[in-house]
Ligand binder design. Structure first.
Ligand code: MIG
Length: 812
């Protein structure tokens, strides 16, 4: 009886296998021989060989090939070497092999060969689809996994919806001018995603820079798959269960972003293009005259002579060097665009040097590849060669010595005009450091990353103690080590305002926290209302940059009359008030890889009702931002995770959690209405408004204290632009607070590091008091200089800043 059932099952299986084989290739088959190797096993199966090893305490690596042997192990992304101390526990029975690491284990079923991942508790969290586990078709491969109906997926770089489920994606860096919600592929290729289901998370990183494919239930309703046209079946399985833990593991694997210079977190003004020089000077002057804070001015391609990188159009910019210095004197850092395409023109230095040094990408016949881009016929540095990257880096020498602070690497997908595929032909030859040659297919997706790497490393060489700032458009996993990014040519529509949130959240999940989008939308002209809302929302995103296409209407904060100007000034000022918090988040990110802008599920993985919320986000762990993102929404509800919250603007306490819908408000929210809430239990550092980060803030550091569970916060400070912090010149302080029935106590730790902070006083602003304070004690001594605002329930008191710990106690 039992046997019959098994036979029947097998018969059904083989029928399915035949029908899918035709479309999807040959399944890996059954395990034939298991060999133990360092850190794992190698298994010879019917149609391929697979190697499964421990990559770290929380990551399992899977490689497979149809060849006799795996290829040499190389990666553009992975910088973590498996640690010697990670010795997995391997057990084998007749039906399976298990490899256990501290965070979980992988069970390799022998027939058919398929992988099952289990968490620490032994629960299955992910498994290959038994209908077609791993399959091969020529050089292509595909991995198919079961897809539980309640699992969500996020990441994959610049994708436009937070839950990737029901969609399919291609990774192929593309100049996607005019992209919309469903445009794919986009500019970036980060083949990493995070899965989350019932509070349990894992991640998968397919480390393959070829054109790769991810399908989360578009082709099949109960399985998802990923694969590539070529390259190695090579993926990492990152165990959670906490989603933050997965992201930390991914950052260990592929690297963290460097700590950006503080000025790069200020307001940035750009457009395509500011010229001539008089206009740039006027722009800088207007910001200062109108007292609208700003830190950066960008020069787009028109500052160049004939669009040739590393040149200056002297007709437009007669005193370019002086202008850079003068802008500096007004507290502006200048960022110059330097595209990667080099004009094919005799007498043009980068071209001559590049030819002499054999630095350009070649055609299959050995001639130099020529493509049409901004300068006309252009050639392309071989960024896959370290000697070429070094040469490229040296091209920045003059600009750096003029005092230019940052550089913008655009068009590095690479984008090429005229061609229908918008890039290099697939058979273009690329050289690698080991002397081998590969075609464009295998390096296309890393080309832009290596371009920004060349820039970053070059700048480091030119000014060893200055933190470089590079902005790149294309990226591959690991690219966060070299550059910040933006989301390319978005449009001036409500849709694009709304997509700001999921796109930047996905980038953060993909390891790229330093990201922003063109405020107001690159293509088109935003209505005054839309631009104001975008400037408001942007204040809470990591990179805060206003940029617009050529031919579009002016986009500076003051263009729509005094009312909008005032609103925009207020939000830009708000950005500067929060800079101590944002810089502290950027520093955390540089140490751990944690995103600055976070989806709600990252902090509240148990709240399933919020998994797909992409209209709201968290700035760091503590601030929830809920902009109006639908033009048609006359009113909308803010969804707050369970627990207590404070309205950031009024200090009023509100309760979160899934609640029955409330009736709609009568009036549409004004452009100034940007709901922001702070989690009870947060302490957030603020400063007074400055016009540029080159200015020292006046007055005290303000600590806004929102009493609640696990109440804490911290601040990180340093000189904002050198690497001296790596030699101890920083200042770090942590804060906690606790609440008893009628008292609140705030405690600061002693400060760490030798950097002397700009403030000599700290103002505590303590929210949530239900009655007037009876006593305020500082270090146990009663203080008189406090102020109580009875309508908002807020106490403020200023105390001298001490390097040692301090204690404030409020009794009420
Ligand atoms: O072919 O440098 O996305 O931000 O202003 C267009 C001109 C080239 C595309 C970038 C955009 C930039 C523009 N660039």
């Amino acid at each position: 009886m039992r046997k019959a059932a098994v036979y029947l099952f097998l018969a059904v299986c083989s029928v399915t296998a035949i029908s899918t084989e035709a479309q999807q290739g040959t399944s890996i088959g059954n395990a034939a021989r298991v060999v133990r190797i360092a850190g794992g096993v190698e298994i010879k199966a019917g149609h391929a060989m697979i190697r499964v090893t421990a990559a770290s305490e929380s990551v399992i690596r899977v490689r497979a090939t149809q060849q006799e042997m795996l290829a040499t192990d190389v990666s553009w992304a992975v910088i973590q070497r498996p640690s010697e101390s990670t010795v997995p526990k391997i057990t084998e029975t007749s039906s399976k092999v298990e490899i256990a690491i501290p965070a979980g284990r992988v069970r390799i079923m022998k027939s058919p060969l398929r992988l099952v991942f289990l968490d620490e508790k032994g629960q299955v969290i992910n498994e290959d689809d038994d209908r077609l586990p791993m399959s091969f078709a020529g050089a292509a491969f595909r991995v198919t996994k079961k897809m539980p109906e309640d699992e969500i997926y996020s990441g994959l770089g610049d994708k436009t919806s937070l839950n990737l489920r029901n969609h399919a994606f291609t990774m192929w860096n593309t100049d996607a001018f005019g992209w919309q919600e469903s445009t794919d592929p986009l500019y970036k290729s980060i083949p990493f995603f995070l899965a989350l289901r019932k509070g349990t998370s894992y991640g998968i990183f397919l480390d393959n820079p070829w054109r790769t494919y991810f399908d989360f239930g578009k082709a099949s309703i109960d399985s998802y798959s990923f694969g590539s046209d070529g390259g190695e079946l090579n993926y990492y399985f990152l165990f959670g269960p906490d989603p933050k833990k997965v992201l930390i593991s991914f950052a260990k694997l592929t690297g963290k972003p460097p700590l950006p210079p503080l000025w790069a977190l200020g307001y940035q003004q750009s457009r395509y293009s500011y010229f001539p020089e008089s206009k740039v000077r006027e722009l800088a002057h207007t910001f200062r005259a109108k007292r609208i804070p700003a830190d950066v001015i960008y020069l787009d391609i028109d500052y160049q002579d004939g669009y040739r990188p590393f040149t200056v159009n002297r007709e437009y910019f007669p005193t370019f060097e002086t202008m850079i210095q003068d802008l500096r004197g007004q507290g502006f850092s200048t960022i110059l665009i330097t595209d990667l395409h080099i004009a094919k023109a005799a007498g043009y230095r980068p071209y001559e040097e590049g030819i002499a040094g054999d630095h350009f990408v070649k055609n299959p016949d050995g001639s130099v590849f020529v493509g049409k881009v901004w300068p006309g016929d252009s050639v392309f540095p071989e960024f896959t060669l370290s000697r070429t990257r070094t040469w490229w880096g040296s091209l920045y020498k003059d600009f750096v010595s003029m005092g230019v602070r940052g550089f913008w690497n655009d068009m590095n997908e690479p984008a090429i005009f005229v061609r229908r595929d918008k890039t290099m032909p697939l058979d273009t030859v690329h050289r690698l450091d080991d002397g081998s040659k590969v075609d464009h297919r295998s390096v296309h997706n890393v080309f832009g990353m290596q371009n920004s790497r060349a820039t970053y490393e070059g700048l480091l060489k030119l000014e060893a103690n200055e933190r470089p700032f590079v902005l790149t458009r294309a990226i591959y996993a690991g690219g966060q080590r070299y550059a910040a990014t933006w989301t390319g040519d978005n449009s001036s529509t409500w849709n694009h305002l709304r997509m700001t949130i999921p796109t930047l959240l996905n980038l953060g999940i993909s390891g790229v926290p330093l990201a922003g989008n063109d405020l107001g939308g690159f293509n088109g002209n935003p209505s005054p209302d839309l631009l104001t809302r975008w400037i408001a929302l942007g204040a809470f995103t990591p990179i805060y940059r206003n940029h617009a296409n050529k031919g579009s209407a002016n986009r500076e904060p003051w263009v729509d009359g005094p009312e909008h100007e005032q609103w925009r000034r207020e939000f830009i000022e708000q950005r500067y008030r929060m800079l101590p918090y944002i810089y502290t988040l950027a520093e955390e990110s540089s140490r751990t890889g944690m995103p600055i802008m976070r989806p709600l599920f990252l902090e509240f993985p148990q709240e399933e009702w919020l998994y797909e919320n992409q209209d709201e986000f968290l700035l760091g762990p503590h601030m929830l931002v809920a902009p109006r993102v639908w033009e048609m929404a006359i009113s909308y509800e803010v969804r707050l995770p369970a627990g207590e919250w404070y309205d950031y603007w009024t200090g009023q306490k509100v309760t979160g959690g899934q609640a029955p819908p409330k009736p709609a408000a009568a009036a549409p929210p004004a452009p100034t209405d940007l709901p922001v809430f702070v989690r009870a239990g947060a302490i957030i550092p603020h400063q007074r408004v400055i016009q540029t980060t080159q200015e020292v803030p006046q007055g005290p550091l303000e600590l806004r204290v929102y009493p609640g569970p696990n109440c804490s916060g911290s601040i990180y400070l340093d000189d904002g632009h050198t690497f001296n912090y790596q030699r101890g010149e920083f200042m770090r302080q942590s804060f906690t607070c606790s609440q008893a029935e009628h008292s609140i106590t705030v405690q600061t730790t002693g400060s760490e590091g030798s950097y002397k902070a700009w403030f000599s006083e700290v103002q505590f602003t303590v929210y949530g008091l239900t009655s007037a304070p009876r006593r305020v004690n500082i270090e146990g001594v009663s203080a008189q200089n406090f102020h109580f605002d009875p309508t908002r329930g807020v106490v403020t008191v200023v105390v001298p800043q001490h390097a040692s710990s301090a204690k404030l106690e409020i009794q009420y």
